[in-house]
Design a binder for this molecule. Sequence first.
Ligand SMILES: [Fe+2]
Ligand SMILES: [Fe+2]
Length: 179
Amino acid sequence: MFLRTGAMARAHMVAIELSALTREAGLSRCAAFVQHGDTSCLLHCVAVAFYSALLLDALRIRYDRRSLIRGALLHDFFLYDWHQRKRAPHEPMHAFYHPIAALENARKCVALTPLEENIIRRHMFPVTLVPPASREGLAVCLVDKLCALYEGFARGSYPLLRRLYARLLADSPEISDGQ
Ligand SMILES: [Fe+2]
Ligand SMILES: [Fe+2]
């Protein structure tokens, strides 16, 4: 019962920020792009936000929950199909390039805290060499890798999360996970 209540409360907080960022930044545009397997970029970001909060809650670590969720929701806000991206010879590969693209896209639309900026910019550590500067950033960095691994193998990924959001977002037709 505790876990169920905790999951709903966590999912509700993610839904509130998802709704706000969709209004302010058009975050739901991420649903148009595949991240891994059959998981959209939007569902991936929702999962990273949800499970990063779950990880720090489970470890009883104090953290800024709103900044963690907003940073996680925006961490892959790069808005292109990375499988199809054509790059000039001097342009960096997607793995190095997209945290900066996501940060620039987010900055154009919303005011970010320094913590949120750092979560987005540093989430590809250790591929990019500088680690996140916070426990929130480290959680997002770790959970992002685990989610990517899972999504690479899963079909119909995150069934619990999809069910939770089907209920929580029933009144928000502007948001879809694109599946
Ligand atoms: Fe990423
Ligand atoms: Fe990611």
